[in-house]
Design a protein. Structure first.
Lengths: 772, 267
């Protein structure tokens, strides 16, 4: 705790120092306000406010707020956002002004698209690197499985982000594991982002405004995971008119209702979705199958209320559940619940405070009806955040705040009504994860920009509970019992973050960044692809916090009046205290899960290339990643480094969207990646009369390369409020490997053959979307 | 229990129309390794240790046996015996009898390398009754009969059991393992053979082989490997050779087992 105090006082001192610098800087007037979508009243995140005369600008924050301080004078101020008409206003800034601006979307007309959808050089000029923003409008244009808009699937088409497997919502960022991604929905962590074993993500496209992904070099306000932070924001709800939108698809349907409660003061949004894949089961002859269920539903809701000129309140929630049961005998259901309450307060036109209270819960339940038994497990968080932003002047923006999460880990247990002997309840684990941070976004000169910050994070494992020590074989050697609130283990440390941009000219820049991240909670998974029964565990005396250091450097260049964006980023990431299983680990329903783990290190490096066209009739991108990822554990592979499963050397995505006129929109996506590194047997032997595979090196084999082409066409009829979308997943029917199993050959008994299982050879889908 | 979950997922992936196809995989050349398989029980009979070698993966079956090795068995009381090499890779334990509570050391010397394994024989569980229940249709197949063997679990000690199941005197393939992590000291513990579907009239014989932890760990990891490849996009999460109780590591095991047996007929 002493460390924490020291870090706190250091940070405070730094903040005051910077504040005094910025106050001395010469400013005369501040232009501030909100930027909103003129048709729905939705706040716009990341809209640009720019004054060409003095080449100064700002971006709106997550709530659409901006603040820009400049020397007094009359200015032409541009407000712009991709896909919206740029608005230029003349503003007299001899005194500070508050100006709320509404932008209108570019109309879907042939001639205007190129002219009005002005591109910007944001990617060149900003200090951000290793980040990607996608608006829901962009996401919706890209074809996906079953025609279901999916932010997690779309993000996997970008460089450095790779899918965890066919149809999986899990993803790997720059060689990190799937549990090293922090996925936030309205700031609430979502612990399992998969529906239906990962074929859908939990994020309903109709309820989402957009997302931003940080590939390791997060700003200091984010923390808790090593490899990435994905910040997903829900729509606030149309504050102008009541609107109903939705879609009818082959296996799922959606409905969203949004509208004002008090016009321009309060609005709401409710969005629901349900799949009905299981109705097809009724057509099957197999009675066991036809009496099975398989569906998921989710519900997003949000209300916002403008309390006054300076205060705004947001309440949002998510509830989702998957239900899978087999012939009324066995069932599993799982889901997330999140709730977020946020209060934005403006102290003045420069100091913005967001206070957040978050609740997040993930749990799964397996029921075995013949035994009247059930198994439950999960994780629950209460989280409080205070985040300040101080817009000192056009050169300096400061962010600082605190963050505290109280975790409850529920490792589960088994309970049965009929066989009471098997009842067993595993002890819950409790921990407090806290952090304090500040960051400074600083335009040092017109050419040099710097964003640096420091985060101090701390993790305290708290009682009550009994904690065990294990020997090398995993047998209990010692135990200690702690009382309520007693400290079991405490970890903490600094996480410096810095990124810098050197602007060569208005078209090109060089950026470099370094970030350290610490991760205190870990996912113990039954398989590498992620299943609902994966268990989150806290750091403890045995499990040390994971630490990652990432260095990256990039070159960014725009062409042809910013219509084309190109970038190259190189990275090196070092990972400490990585977790793997012991050989043959047994983790299911194992209370002493820690005894089944081994610890080691990892590293990854790579080059990411992206060429993207953002405006015009044809838009899209080509991305290529060349990378390697290794792990090294004393207890695995005789201590030699081995490629991690996600070591995919080549990874290519090509996305093209063609909008020839206002009636049609076509899109296609092609992906290619090197097959996963896997362990196959190299020989066999006989034990107990059974043939047993003999293994040599870990991950010494490769699955066949994965590639696929998806196509999609959307027809906007005469009624502009409806459209019909048809898509074809895996258009050329590539039989991509889902798993490889080995078994005795049916044609040549006595010989073993390799069998590949593949899913989804051509998946067509049709969806009708409406909006009234 | 674990298999239940896996079957559920397999079932779920079938809903999503999965297909299978044979593919060619090129296997790396592996060095030939020694395989040792040795049992000693408290049954009054001659026990055997088998020595063989690894072979090809895709064309298994031709596993060369090893003759002419020197095998010695010693117990904690100091008795020692050189095993009788009867050919075909089989070495017999002819003098030393397996006794509950005794600890045995097997030494194998072959081509200049010496391997040693230690195993203790626990008192173990005593089988009580055989029960036959109706199994509803589910992931294990159509409606049928499920066999449950009941036994008393001795309290205060961890028990590790390997069940051998014989239907009409034929050994049923499969490794049926039980440990009392969640049922220690339970008077009416049971083990259900979910994956086996006997018919009325079948003669059933169940043998419970109780062993020490190291041998159990070996079989437990063996199940993970032999039963590996259970879908979920990954196969076994961490495929590797099971940890044998031989030092230095050899493939296989040497185990001392106490045996309890029960017989019955499916009604």
């Amino acid at each position: 705790m002493n460390n924490f105090k020291q870090a706190f006082s250091c940070l405070l001192a730094a903040c005051f120092l910077l504040l005094s610098i910025s106050i001395q800087a010469q400013t005369k007037a501040t232009l501030s306000g909100y930027v909103k979508d003129g048709t729905t009243g939705e706040a716009m995140i990341g809209a640009t406010i720019f004054i060409p005369q003095i080449q100064k600008g700002a971006y709106t924050n997550e709530y659409g707020f901006y603040s820009l301080s400049v020397p007094g004078g009359k200015y032409q101020v541009q407000y712009r956002f991709v896909g919206f008409d740029t608005d230029t206003l003349e503003v007299d800034l001899n005194t500070s002004q508050k100006l709320d601006v509404e932008l209108l979307p570019v109309s879907r007309s042939v001639e205007e698209v190129v002219i009005t959808d002005r591109a910007s050089n944001d990617q060149v000029a900003s200090t951000e690197m290793g980040t990607t923003s996608l608006t829901i409008q962009e996401i919706k244009k890209i074809p996906v499985l079953f025609g279901e808009t999916d932010v997690l699937k779309t993000i996997q088409l970008l460089p450095g982000v790779k899918p965890a497997g066919e149809g999986s919502s899990g993803f790997f960022v720059r060689g990190g594991g799937t549990d090293q991604n922090l996925i936030l929905l309205d700031e609430a962590p979502v612990y399992n982002a998969s529906h239906l074993l990962g074929f859908f993500s939990v994020f309903n496209g109709d309820a989402i405004k957009g997302t931003k992904l940080y590939k390791g070099n997060m700003p200091a306000e984010y923390g808790g995971r090593l490899s990435s932070t994905m910040d997903i924001r829900m729509k606030e709800g149309n504050s102008k008119d009541l609107s109903v939108s939705g879609g009818l698809g082959l296996i799922s349907s959606r409905l969203t209702v949004e509208g004002p409660i008090v016009e321009d003061k309060a609005s709401f949004m409710v969005s629901g979705r349900r799949t009905y894949a299981d109705i097809f089961l009724n057509f099957l002859n197999d009675t066991a199958l036809s009496s099975s269920t398989l569906y998921f539903y989710d519900l997003n809701a949000k209300v916002n209320y403008k309390l006054g000129e300076k205060d705004q309140l947001f309440v949002s929630g998510y509830l989702g559940r998957d239900v899978l049961s087999f012939a009324d005998n066995f069932g599993i259901d799982w889901g997330n619940q999140t709730a977020t309450v946020r209060w934005n307060h403006l102290f003045n036109d420069k100091l913005f405070l967001n206070s957040t209270f978050i609740y997040s819960d993930y749990d799964y339940r397996i029921s075995i009806d013949p035994l009247e038994a059930s198994i439950t497990s999960g994780i629950q968080d209460f989280n409080l955040k205070e985040a300040f932003t101080y817009y000192a002047n056009s050169q300096n923006t400061l962010k600082f705040g605190v963050d505290a999460i109280y975790h409850t880990f529920i490792p589960g247990g088994i309970s049965s009504d009929s066989i009471t002997e098997i009842n067993q309840d595993f002890e819950k684990r409790y921990a407090l994860e806290s952090a304090i941070y500040f960051s400074h976004d600083w335009s040092v000169t017109d050419k040099i920009k710097l964003n640096y910050g420091l985060r101090y994070s701390n993790f305290t494992v708290l009682g009550p509970g009994t904690y065990y020590q294990f020997d090398a074989e995993g047998a209990v050697t010692d135990s200690s019992t702690y009382n309520n609130g007693e400290v079991v283990a405490n970890y903490g440390g600094l996480e410096p973050r810095i990124s810098s941009t050197f602007i060569i000219d208005s078209r090109q820049s060089i950026k470099a960044s370094y970030a350290r991240n610490r991760q205190y909670i870990h996912l113990v998974s039954n398989s590498t692809s992620g299943t609902p029964t994966d268990v989150w565990i806290p750091s403890s005396e045995i499990v040390q916090p994971e630490i990652a250091d990432q260095l990256s450097i990039g070159y960014f260049r725009n062409f042809d009046d910013n219509k084309w964006e190109a970038s190259v980023e190189l990275y090196y990431k070092d990972l400490q205290n990585q977790i793997e299983y012991k050989n043959g680990a047994d983790i299911f329903l194992n209370e002493n899960i820690e005894s089944q783990l081994v610890f080691g290190r990892g590293w990854s490096y790579g080059a990411e290339f992206l060429l993207r066209k953002k405006v015009g009739k044809v838009t899209g991108w080509v991305s290529y990643t060349l990378s390697r990822t290794f792990r090294e554990f004393d207890d695995i592979n005789e201590g030699n480094p081995f490629p991690a499963r996600q070591d995919r050397i080549h990874d290519v995505s090509v996305v093209a969207i063609y909008e020839p006129n206002k009636k049609w929109s076509f899109s296609s996506a092609f992906v290619y990646n090197t097959g996963d590194a896997v362990t196959f047997p190299s020989g066999s032997y006989e034990i107990e009369g059974q043939i047993i595979p003999y293994y040599t090196e870990r991950n010494g084999y490769r699955l066949p390369a994965y590639h696929r082409l998806d196509l999609s066409a959307t027809y906007f009829g005469k009624n502009p409020n409806t459209n019909l979308n048809a898509s074809l997943y895996n258009a050329y029917g590539r039989k991509n490997v889902f798993t490889i199993d080995f078994r005795e050959s049916e044609t040549n008994p006595g010989e073993t053959e390799a069998i590949k299982t593949y899913l989804f050879q051509w998946v067509p889908s049709v969806t009708w979307n409406f909006n009234f | 229990m674990k298999n239940t979950i896996i079957y559920l997922f397999l079932a779920a992936s079938f809903f999503l129309v999965s297909c299978e196809e044979v593919i060619e995989i090129e296997v790396n050349e592996a060095d030939i390794q020694l395989v040792i398989e040795g049992d000693l029980t408290d049954e009054n009979r001659i026990h055997k240790v088998k020595l063989s070698q690894t072979g090809s993966y895709f064309e298994p079956g031709n596993f060369p046996v090893i003759e002419g090795a020197t095998l010695t068995l010693t117990n904690a009381s100091g008795e020692s015996e050189t095993l009788n090499d009867v050919g075909q890779g089989v070495y017999q334990i002819e003098n030393i009898k397996g006794e509950i509570g005794e600890t045995y050391t097997l030494t194998v010397s072959h081509e200049g390398e010496t391997y040693e394994a230690i195993s203790s024989m626990p008192s173990g569980i005593i089988l009580d009754t055989l029960v036959y229940n109706t199994r509803p249709a589910g992931p294990f197949g159509e409606e049928g009969i499920v066999m449950i063997v009941n036994f008393q679990d001795p309290p205060g000690e961890r028990n590790y059991v390997f069940f051998e199941l014989y239907l009409n005197d034929e050994l049923v393939e499969g490794i049926f393992l039980y440990d009392d992590a969640t049922t220690d000291g339970v008077a009416e513990a049971g083990y259900a053979f979910f994956t086996v579907s006997p018919e009325p009239g079948d003669r059933v014989r169940v043998k419970a082989l109780s062993m020490d932890r190291d041998v159990y760990d070996y079989f437990n990891t063996l199940v993970e490997i032999a039963g590996g490849g259970f879908g979920l996009g990954a196969g076994s999460a961490a495929p590797a050779n099971p940890e044998s109780n031989f030092t230095p590591q050899a493939l296989g095991y040497f185990g001392a087992f106490s045996v309890s047996e029960i017989e019955g007929v499916v009604p």
